[in-house]
Design a protein around this ligand. Structure first.
Ligand SMILES: [Zn+2]
Length: 629
């Protein structure tokens, strides 16, 4: 992902808040880096350098500006859509990964090699995972120094430093001042009660706070959540302690103000991270508006509700319980049921609250102990009680599926590899997985049906494409914001020609190119890319089955037919295999004749032979364990 200096120049001179956090401005003459909105006098163009992330600017040796405070910039969504791995890694880092564990542990959890993760980070953020984590820790420490009265040793702990000395050294290294000097320079502006922390969480304007608050108000669980005088309030439990948080809109500073009452400052970073996700603070409304502007259905809605955000949830488990209870009743009735359940089984709130918060939502452990049928029903439906119970038992293992809920199938099947999780999960699990769909917005209705209709209405897509030369010849890659749509062997039988209105650009394909590169180097065994293969339902089933054939392995057409549940249809399966629009990534080359012959391949048999030889050769080397998709 490269920055366009012309766009950055314009944004910098206009102090355009839409670009806040999307890039950082470093000034050579002062050695300081700033947000796009910094009120300091603008530097001369030749003295300015642009960076994709704060971590990259830090790596290049710049210090954060004390005036615009880069640590308070909204999160960067620049990598959204191109790298799910980076996105997941950033989430885990924000939740505290890399505080205790090493980069290799993180990359193991993500199913990629540490080298590959490092490379993806450099492509998208310009800095290594460790540098990004370090910059995040320092930024949060700076926020605690400037915005709270917390004693310095607690600031050190809360921002993930193991020793006060290392904390002091790091702060001095980055800011050129000791923590106490920094605090004296910026007297605490936001102050709550003695046991309360106040944070400003900035967003990119516009922000449709009213619709978000209305959404939360409609669904507030009595005793656990409430919306009063323009603020969202809730109780919560973390590490066995209770707390209260309150979020309101501070339009004048383009931020949400969060007041957190919690006795353990070590949890402040995870709490703030959750709030950022819950209130969708990394969203970039200008990108969302641009993407949907021309859409027949959504375009109108996007214009009518500028700055609309996707409401998230404080806790996935709680949200899923709510969704189960709400299966056959109104939103209001579901809130009442959830409130009764919390009152009956949740712990009494140990922090005194002047408002209406009295309990914390019960944990999975508590709900798992309640046998359905043996205790008073909390949903008035035995099946729902059973589903809540099963959910509570499955929640700690992370092993959730719609089948376990015992609920009826919901929605229609999605595209094969990409949307599989969503498709299996239906509405309930989509919520748990915190799927951030711009369609599931308050007031815009149910996701599935409307998206389907909007898709039908949309005219033929304009695609991005690029060319790449590989050990198996020239490939044409084509796709759009939904994912990769085509890979075509340009020396094969039926090379795809770009339509006149397609845009030639490499930028959206950065990750595809990186993964292809690793694949041909023999170090990548499983592609992880958003795919948008278009085909009939049957074809998509076949392609989906193809992605489960392990690297270095082959199956026959008959075996593949058996795997899609059509044992007699090997011919039809073969035809669907031949129409695979994304070869290599969807590995149709791993299907061979029953007698071991190579049979056909769109790119020609020679390429198929080379792909199999590559996988076979690399497969002999003890690399990372094989993982099935
Ligand atoms: Zn500045």
């Amino acid at each position: 992902m490269e920055l366009d200096p012309k766009v950055c120049d314009r944004a910098r001179l206009a102090r355009d808040s839409r670009f806040d956090g999307r890039f950082f401005i470093a000034v050579l003459s002062t050695g300081i880096y700033c947000r796009a909105i910094c009120p300091s006098p603008t530097a001369r163009r030749e003295n300015v350098r642009y960076y994709r992330s704060a971590a990259e600017a830090v790596e290049a040796g710049y210090r954060p500006c004390l005036r615009c405070r880069p640590e308070t910039a909204p999160g960067t969504p620049a990598w959204n859509g191109t790298s799910t791995t980076v996105k997941r890694a950033l989430r885990l880092i924000a939740e505290g990964a890399l505080q205790e564990e090493r980069v290799t542990d993180l990359s193991d959890r993500l199913g990629v090699s540490a080298r590959h993760l490092d490379r993806l980070f450099r492509i998208h953020l310009g800095a290594s995972p460790a540098a990004v984590a370090r910059a995040g820790r320092l930024h949060f420490a700076k926020q605690l120094i400037s915005d709270t009265d917390l004693p310095m040793f607690r600031v050190a702990l809360a921002s993930g430093f193991r020793s006060v000395r290392r904390f002091n050294d790091s702060i001095r290294g980055l800011y050129g001042r000791t923590p106490s000097q920094l605090r004296r320079m910026q007297p605490v502006a936001l102050r709550g009660r003695p046991d309360e922390y106040v944070f400003h969480l900035p967003y990119r304007p516009p922000y449709d706070w009213e619709s978000l608050l209305a959404f939360l108000a409609n669904r507030a669980i009595p005793g656990v959540e409430e919306v009063v005088s323009g603020a969202y309030r809730r109780s919560f439990a973390l590490l066995g302690r209770h707390g209260i948080l309150e979020v309101r809109h501070e339009k004048s500073v383009q931020a949400l103000e969060a007041r957190i009452r919690f006795s353990e400052p070590v949890s402040l970073l995870p709490i703030v991270t959750r709030l950022r996700a819950m209130f969708d603070l990394a969203a970039d409304p200008s990108v969302i508006a641009r993407r949907f502007r021309r859409d027949l259905l959504l375009g109108r809605l996007v214009k009518k509700h500028p700055g609309v955000r996707v409401p998230g949830a404080w806790d996935g488990f709680e949200l899923a319980v709510r969704a189960i209870l709400g299966q056959q009743v109104t939103v209001a009735a579901a809130s009442t049921l959830a409130g009764q359940l919390a009152k009956k089984l949740g712990e009494r709130l140990s922090v005194s609250d002047p408002g209406g918060l009295t309990v914390v939502f019960p944990t999975p452990q508590v709900l798992a102990r309640v046998r359905p049928g043996k205790s008073p029903s909390y949903s008035r439906h035995r099946r729902m009680d059973g589903a809540v119970h099963r959910h509570a038992r499955a929640a700690p293992t992370g092993c959730l599926s719609r089948k376990r809920f015992g609920l009826a199938p919901i929605g229609r099947p999605g595209p094969p590899a990409h949307g599989r999780g969503v498709e299996e999960a239906g509405r309930t699990m989509a919520a748990v997985a915190r799927v951030r769909s711009p369609f599931a917005v308050a007031g815009l209705g149910r996701p599935g049906a409307r998206v389907a209709r909007a898709k039908e209405n949309r005219c033929k897509k304009v695609m991005d494409y690029c060319d790449v030369s590989t050990p198996v010849g020239r490939l044409l890659l084509a796709g759009d914001e939904e994912g990769l749509r085509r890979i075509s062997f340009q020396n094969g039988f039926h090379p795809v020609q770009p339509a006149p209105d397609w845009r030639r650009t490499e930028e959206p394909f950065a990750e595809v190119l990186a993964q292809l590169d690793d694949y041909f180097a023999g170090t990548l065994r499983r592609f992880e890319l958003p795919l948008a293969a278009q085909g009939t339902r049957f074809q998509r089933e076949v392609w989906s089955a193809l992605t489960t054939i392990p690297y270095g392995d082959t199956v026959s057409y008959r075996e593949l037919a058996r795997r899609v549940g059509r044992p007699l249809a090997s011919r039809a399966v073969g035809a669907a295999n031949g129409r695979n629009p994304i070869p290599i990534v969807i590995p149709c080359h791993r299907v061979i004749g029953a007698d071991g012959s190579l049979t056909g391949f769109g790119g020609g048999l020679e390429i198929k032979r080379r792909l199999l030889a590559l996988e076979c050769r690399s497969g002999l080397r003890p690399a990372e364990p094989l993982e099935l998709t």
